[in-house]
Structure formats: structure tokens, C-alpha cells
Design a protein around this ligand. Structure first.
Ligand code: GDP
Length: 333
């Protein structure tokens, strides 16, 4: 049965949860007819297009290693936001789901109160395909949520790596949660985080851990000040918080909003425009990689080329040329 796009659009605009869920399922689908319907849907919802800033949601990425307390923090933050009149969408980008087909982030069972909140919508990571495919689905899900009136969208992801860079490319501000660490461990955090974090919070600053968390935050803040010394760029503030106890969660959020305000209207517009352009090329690369995987010409010679390269009979450049010629040959047939 063809997708009733106008019906979906009306449902989304009315903030209907079932329509939102159906639309997100649609944008996650890799079926050709679904992708066409998804394009039609997003065009119809286009006045929340990614390039505009007025009336669009606050988009924030939240990351940290497993166990750092992301779900607990998002639960505390989300409930605070819905109590103060916001509508909150939570999406997840989970690289492990790409590999295993499982999905651990954005799991409703880990955000008990928020998942029962009528003003919150939580969606686990799409599990199909590549990281690029997941990013495409998540970006489009974000647009669906914004069209449905969610004014805050939190995108949760895990670890330091490609998934964080991907998420950083789709949000206005990036919040990095970490645990109290010092010395060598700090170096590791700094390296991965400096590139993308706009706000850093040392989480679990409660009970016995509070003092340790505070001194770790001071140490990290000092290191960041050195790195950023001299410029007028935004220096990521380092705070402490406890998602579990609800301590300083609002302060952390305020700093995230401060970062967004620091960008300014023009800065935000150009950041989003740059993200769109970068994303455009990411989609193209992803699609080309997919076509390469599906190519009958490549499939026909892949094993042979592999064997010859492994045996040292074929150099990498020659092997690559042969594979590309086989790929180009698909069109010629
Ligand atoms: P995630 O994997 O990053 O989503 O982490 P979770 O939110 O699932 O939390 C992992 C564990 O840490 C759970 O046992 C939580 O109860 C605990 N936890 C989360 N936040 C805090 C916090 O602020 N303080 C303390 N002491 N424990 C926390």
C-alpha cells in the first residue's frame, strides 16, 4: 500500500505521536519506495528546513562512554524541560547497533519517567545499515520531531569516535559527559573531546565522588584554558553534575544554551548551512559505497582481485583501477 504522505504531514503537524512514529519508521527505511515517500514527506515539512533557525528546535548532542550516566542525565534533564513547558525529543545514534542489529541507547526502559511523559518522545537508534544510513535517518527524524512541535531534540551517542563526529555534524551544541579522571586519563579525554565538545560535565558528582569530580573538572578546565588561550573562541566550560541526584543538571543545560547564544543568529544559520553541505556529501559517499557493495561487476571480480592482492601479484593501485573499471562497467551493460 502506498504511504499516505498528506495524512502523515497533517498528523505530524497536529503533534500526533502515532504519525510521528510512522514517519520516523518511514525515514529509517531503506526501501526505494519508502525513500521516495520520505523525500516527499520532508519536502512537505520543509518550513522547518535545517537551514532556518527561527522556530526550529534546540539541537543538542550528548555523549560519553557507556555507564557515564547519559540515560540518567537525559531523564533528569528531559523531565525538567517538559515541566517548564518544553516538548522534548530524544534520538539515539548507536554505532554498535550498526554492527549487531541491537540497540542499547535511547532505550525507553532506561528513561522510565520521561518515556511516560506526554511531552517527550524517545526513539532508539535505527539499527539498519551503515553509520551514514543511521545519520540520515536520525537527521530526518529530527526534522519530523521539529515539525511535530518538539522544541528540544537531544541526540544521544556513545564513546569517542566516528559516531560522535557524525552527531556533532547534526546538532547546534555538543555536551560531553565524563567521569572524574586525572593525569594520563585526562589526556585521552582532551584529545577526543576538544574537537567537538561545547560543554563538558563531570557526571556522578555526588556523595563520595563529589570532591574528586570537582578537582577533575578544575584540572580539565585549566587544560582547556591553555589550549584555547588568546582567541575569542568559545572555551568549553567544564562543570560538575549528578544526573542521578539531579544536581546542577539545569546549570549544565544553561551552559549549553549559552553556547548556542554565543553562536548568535547568524552563526547558527551558517553552522547549520555548513552541516547541510557536509551532510549532502556524506549522503553521496554513503550511497556510492552502497552501490559499490551492490555492484554486480565488482562482485564478479572481487574474490579474484582479493586473492591476487593477498598473493602479492597485484599492486593496490592496479587492483583499485580494476575494481573501479568493473564498477563503471555496470552502467555500460
Ligand atoms: P549510560 O550508559 O551512559 O546511559 O549510563 P546510565 O544512565 O545507564 O547509568 C549507568 C549507571 O550509573 C547506572 O547504574 C546509574 O544508576 C548510575 N548513575 C547514572 N548517573 C549517576 C549519577 O549522577 N551519580 C551516580 N552516583 N550514579 C549514576
Amino acid at each position: 500500500m502506498p504511504v499516505d504522505v498528506p495524512g502523515l504531514v497533517a498528523g505530524i503537524r497536529a503533534g500526533n505521536r502515532a504519525s510521528v512514529s510512522r514517519a520516523i519508521t518511514l525515514v529509517e527505511s531503506s526501501r526505494a519506495d519508502h525513500r521516495a515517500a520520505a523525500r516527499e514527506l520532508l519536502t512537505a515539512l520543509a518550513d522547518v528546513s535545517a537551514g532556518s533557525t527561527t522556530g526550529t528546535a534546540v539541537r543538542v548532542g550528548i555523549s560519553g562512554v557507556p555507564g557515564v550516566g547519559k540515560s540518567t542525565f537525559i531523564e533528569a534533564l528531559g523531565v525538567h524541560l517538559t515541566r517548564t513547558g518544553h516538548r522534548v525529543g530524544v534520538l539515539a545514534v548507536d554505532p554498535s547497533s550498526v554492527r549487531t542489529g541491537g540497540s542499547v541507547l535511547g532505550d525507553k526502559t532506561r528513561m522510565v519517567e520521561l518515556s511516560a511523559d506526554p511531552n517527550a518522545y524517545i526513539r532508539p537508534s535505527p539499527s539498519a545499515g551503515t553509520l551514514g544510513g543511521v545519520a540520515r535517518a536520525t537527521t530526518q527524524a529530527m526534522l519530523v520531531l521539529e515539525a511535530a512541535g518538539y522544541d528540544v531534540v537531544l541526540v544521544e551517542t556513545v564513546g569517542v569516535g566516528q559516531s560522535e563526529v557524525t552527531v556533532a555534524g547534526m546538532v547546534d551544541s555538543f555536551l560531553f559527559l565524563t567521569l572524574a579522571r586525572t593525569g594520563d586519563q585526562l589526556q585521552g579525554i582532551k584529545k577526543g573531546v576538544l574537537e567537538i565538545a561545547d560543554v563538558i560535565a563531570v557526571n556522578k558528582a555526588d556523595g563520595d565522588r563529589e570532591t574528586e569530580a570537582r578537582s577533575a573538572a578544575r584540572e580539565l578546565a585549566g587544560a582547556l584554558r591553555l589550549v584555547y588561550a588568546g582567541g575569542d573562541a568559545w572555551v568549553p566550560p567544564v562543570l560538575t553534575c549528578s544526573g542521578l541526584e539531579g544536581l546542577e543538571v539545569n546549570t549544565v543545560w544553561q551552559r549549553v544554551l549559552d553556547h548556542r547564544a554565543h553562536l548568535g543568529e547568524d552563526g547558527l544559520r551558517s553552522k547549520r548551512a555548513d552541516q547541510q553541505l557536509e551532510f549532502t556529501w556524506a549522503l553521496v559517499r554513503d550511497e556510492l559505497a552502497e552501490r559499490l557493495r551492490r555492484s554486480p561487476g565488482v562482485a564478479a571480480i572481487r574474490d579474484q582481485v582479493r586473492a591476487e592482492v593477498l598473493a602479492g601479484e597485484l599492486t593496490a593501485p592496479v587492483a583499485a583501477d580494476r575494481l573501479i573499471a568493473a564498477y563503471d562497467g555496470d552502467d555500460a551493460q
